[in-house]
Design a protein around this ligand. Structure first.
Ligand SMILES: [Zn+2]
Length: 292
């Protein structure tokens, strides 16, 4: 969307002058005099207000004939989480058993508002929900390793056993003591020049790769869970790491085919179709963004 609201334009222009990290990915600024577009943090000399236009996505900047700036590389960097968000994610990873409060975030120089907004926009879930998924995932891994449910519940920082059982059930589907054989699908996020994507994997391989903003994503998640008789929870495994690496190489032009293992339920025919489909979807989107 082209920004026409005067207040917004003023706010964005000021953010551009101040190189404000928190506006990265919020707007893309086209510079009429040079024909390039930038993100807020660009180190290049700042254009005059009368020479800029603001868009909400980089695709629109491309559509309107602007080239990505070579200094700030907007298509590569725009979907990176801002530093504060990265720090918040690291905090969650380092303390999977704790519930981080706004006060704790502020103590680390992280604005809870920025984190909340970013999570809503990029993950479509709240930061709290993300933390909860991470805690549940951690608890699940420990359950799988054989720790007993009582021990895990107290370890995970839940106030009471019943509370733990309730949350776990809501997300994973069964109460902890019955969940040992339940399959799980780990979900993680990666950034590509085309926008953020979700990658899902089981212990056997990658089972879903999809753009975050794709409609019907919830239906896809539901179908996938039904098909694999598993529940989706936040996490990362070797397959996801491998997929992220290969996709990054792919977009850099250093890779043409994927070697990552896929976990695709269904017949051999369905699998071959699925593979083609997965590749083509990336290709089609990639070519679209290149030619437009
Ligand atoms: Zn730039």
């Amino acid at each position: 969307m082209l920004i026409t609201d005067h207040d917004k334009i003023e706010t964005y222009y000021q953010a551009l002058l101040d190189r404000e990290q928190r506006f990265v990915g919020i707007f893309f600024v086209g510079v009429k005099t040079t024909g390039v577009f930038c993100i807020a943090t660009c180190r290049a000399r700042k254009p005059k207000l009368k020479n800029v236009v603001f868009y909400t996505s980089f695709k629109e900047a491309l559509d309107n004939g602007y080239r990505p700036c070579k200094i700030c590389k907007p298509t590569e960097n725009a979907n990176q989480a801002p530093e504060q968000v990265e720090n918040a994610i690291t905090l969650v990873k380092e303390n999977p058993k704790e519930k981080l409060t706004d006060v704790q975030l502020r103590q680390k120089g992280i604005s809870p508002e920025v984190v909340r907004r970013w999570f809503k926009k990029n993950y479509g879930i709240t930061f709290q929900a993300y933390q909860r998924m991470y805690r549940i995932n951690n608890a699940f891994q420990e359950l799988k390793k054989g720790k007993n449910a009582t021990h895990t519940a107290f370890d995970t920082g839940y106030e009471s056993l019943s509370g733990f059982g309730y949350t776990f059930k809501k997300l994973v589907g069964k109460s902890p003591k019955h969940s040992k054989n339940k399959n799980i699908i780990l979900i993680n996020r990666l950034t590509t020049p085309l926008g953020p994507m979700f990658v899902c994997a089981t212990d056997n391989g990658i089972c879903l790769l999809e753009f975050v903003d794709r409609r019907k994503l919830e239906t896809e998640f539901k179908d996938l869970q039904k098909l694999l008789k598993a529940n989706i929870i936040s996490g990362e495994n070797e397959h996801i790491k491998q997929a992220k690496k290969e996709i990054e190489e792919y977009f850099k032009g250093a890779r043409k085919t994927f070697q990552v293992t896929l976990d695709t339920p269904g017949t051999a025919f369905q699998n071959s179709v699925w593979k083609l489909f997965a590749r083509h979807r990336i290709w089609n989107n990639y070519n679209l963004s290149k030619t437009s």
